[in-house]
Design a protein around this ligand. Structure first.
Ligand code: FAD
Ligand code: SF4
Length: 513
């Protein structure tokens, strides 16, 4: 394709997670002189073996975005994955496009992954052209602002960062005071789901012709990848993502806080928003999502514990993990504070395990390219932490299997929050838990081959002995942490024979993985 234009000024490259008309690279775009380039490249679909739904979601959203841009009078050169000339990489496609269009410069917004940033930094030399890399200002906190906040602090804590973000943005503030006179309503947000509770149906979009075409291509080309395509119902346009947001605010948000940490075998979504894929590829922006939640509070449609709990995830956690990622990469990914080295068990891919909590979380993931936060943290993450899975292997799994997974957000959550591999930079203590926690927050244990009440011996829940074994094995590292004092006091009161049994059963169990 050659676009007719006397002299092309800027070739504006839009990546698959930059599908926002307000993206910085499009600022100042002039249809008379500039051209948008959108490329679907094989390298991005296979550098980890992404869930089929994730690939279909991003490709379909890219195709819809290209048409929306054309309708809005942008000139667009869109290279499809199945184009026979497609070289398969960003660098290859950009080189071909520069040869086709002969622009004076390339403009692009900074990427969400270190790997792509390194690639981007070589483009100017390779192409012998100016390449302007603009800041991604879709976030509340820029990388420079995070650096200024982080510098000089010995430890970071999300809570202090979050309060600063509340003050800076005015979100959930009443003058200089937090709305409801408290910064944090977390203590009210740890309820188990009652049997009588009926969470809303998932907001589902029927695939249109563009999505159908992408689904067929993905089914054929990526048949060996993890996950199902059946039941694909993600929104792929901004219009539908806005409808998903409105529906969540109306029916999910009011109970979001109460059951934020609950898990239920027959309901993988509960009162969660399912908005992260849309936020992460740019169909929604974080500010409009937070404002929609705050407005529900102001209208009296959702209580403060729900709204504060929800906004904390976006204004707090989402911004905080991004700040940590860009401030500490590439060194961050190489830390391994607990020296974890066990290979990832095969059942993470197959779902075949007798542990019902894990089997359910993995089956939900296969079906939906989604599991909610507590499933990711306290089931698949907790098991990997307790059994010492090698961080890079687990990170590859999380990056592959979720529709919302992009390294800037996946890596700190997995490496720092779930595995404590950064030694406590992100979280103040490891999120380690025994079967009692999972039993309290879910209905998984009733249908399990193991019992959360049995600590060792036949039928014992593996999370029970693995939890204490984790504390024993990592004692020299963890006992200095004041937040670990209580579990170590309990461990010290345990009879010696009990500790020996825990060690033996844990070693036998881990050898069988
Ligand atoms: C091991 C692990 C890996 C994770 N990987 C990812 C990932 O690749 N991509 C991703 O977007 N989130 C990731 N998370 C965070 C979180 O689990 C998801 O954002 C959330 O489950 C998305 O579902 P939801 O939209 O229904 O979220 P809700 O529970 O409804 O929360 C609302 C929004 O808050 C934001 N949010 C919530 N928790 C976090 C968090 N810890 N970090 C960043 N944003 C958060 C998301 O944008 C989310 O849409 C991970 C968490 C863990 C423990
Ligand atoms: S008994 Fe243990 S393994 Fe089984 S579901 Fe409960 S926590 Fe999971």
């Amino acid at each position: 394709m050659r676009i007719k234009m006397s002299k092309l000024r800027s070739l504006v490259l839009i990546l698959g997670d930059q599908l926002s008309q307000g993206i910085s690279s499009l600022r100042g775009f002039d249809p008379a002189h500039d051209l948008v380039l959108i490329v679907e490249v094989a390298e991005e679909t296979t550098y980890v073996r992404h869930h089929k739904q994730k690939i279909a979601f991003i490709l379909s959203a890219m195709r819809h975005f290209a048409s929306e841009l054309r309708e809005a009078n942008f000139n667009v050169d869109h290279i499809r994955l199945d184009d026979p000339e497609n070289s398969g990489s960003f660098t290859g496609e950009l080189t071909r496009a520069v040869a086709r269009h002969r622009p004076q410069r390339v403009v692009v917004t900074e990427p969400g992954e270190w790997r792509v940033r390194e690639m981007m930094d070589t483009w100017s030399d390779r192409l012998d052209l100016p390449v302007e890399i603009r800041e991604d200002d879709r976030f509340f906190c820029s990388s420079a602002e995070f650096r200024a906040w982080a510098n000089g602090r010995q430890t970071y804590r999300m809570e202090f960062f979050y309060r600063e973000m509340r003050r800076r943005t005015g979100i959930l503030m009443d003058g200089d005071k937090p709305r409801g006179n408290r910064w944090n309503f977390d203590s009210e947000n740890r309820k188990r789901l009652p049997h009588t509770s009926k969470p809303p149906e998932r907001f589902a979009c029927s695939p249109d012709a563009i999505t159908q075409e992408v689904l067929s291509m993905v089914a054929e080309r990526f048949s060996g990848h993890f996950g199902n395509l059946e039941g694909f119902s993600w929104a792929v346009t901004r219009k539908d993502a806005l409808a998903a947001l409105a529906r969540f605010v109306e029916v999910g948000l009011p109970s979001f806080g109460d059951y934020q940490d609950a898990m239920a075998a027959d309901n993988p979504f509960l009162f969660h928003a399912l908005l992260s894929p849309y936020l992460n590829i740019g169909l929604l922006n974080a500010r409009e999502v937070c404002i929609a939640a705050e407005n529900a509070l102001l209208r009296g449609n959702a209580p403060i514990n729900a709204v504060e709990g929800f906004i904390r995830q976006i204004l707090g956690w989402r911004e905080y993990v991004r700040g940590i990622y860009w401030h500490h990469m590439p060194h961050y990914a190489r830390t391994n504070a607990l020296g974890s080295a066990r290979p990832l068990p095969w059942f993470y891919w197959s779902g075949e395990t007798y542990m019902n909590c894990l089997a359910t979380a993995i089956a939900d993931t296969q079906r939906n390219a989604y599991a909610h936060h507590i499933q990711r943290l306290m089931i698949t993450g907790n098991f990997a932490l307790l059994t010492g899975i090698r961080p890079a292997e687990l990170e590859e799994w999380y990056l592959a299997v979720y529709a919302d997974a992009f390294e800037w957000v996946e890596l700190p959550n997995t490496h720092g929050m779930a595995l404590f591999a950064d030694g406590g930079l992100l979280a103040s203590k490891p999120y380690a838990a025994s079967g009692a926690y999972i039993d309290r927050m879910s209905d998984y244990c009733g249908k399990c081959a193991y019992s959360p009440k049995v600590k060792t011996g036949p039928g014992a829940c593996p999370f029970n002995f693995l939890y204490w074994n984790f504390l024993i094995e990592n004692r020299s590292y963890l006992e200095r942490n004041p937040r670990m004092a209580m579990p170590y006091r309990t461990l010290d009161k345990m009879p010696k024979e009990q500790k020996q049994k825990i060690r033996q059963e844990s070693h036998a169990f881990m050898a069988s993985l």
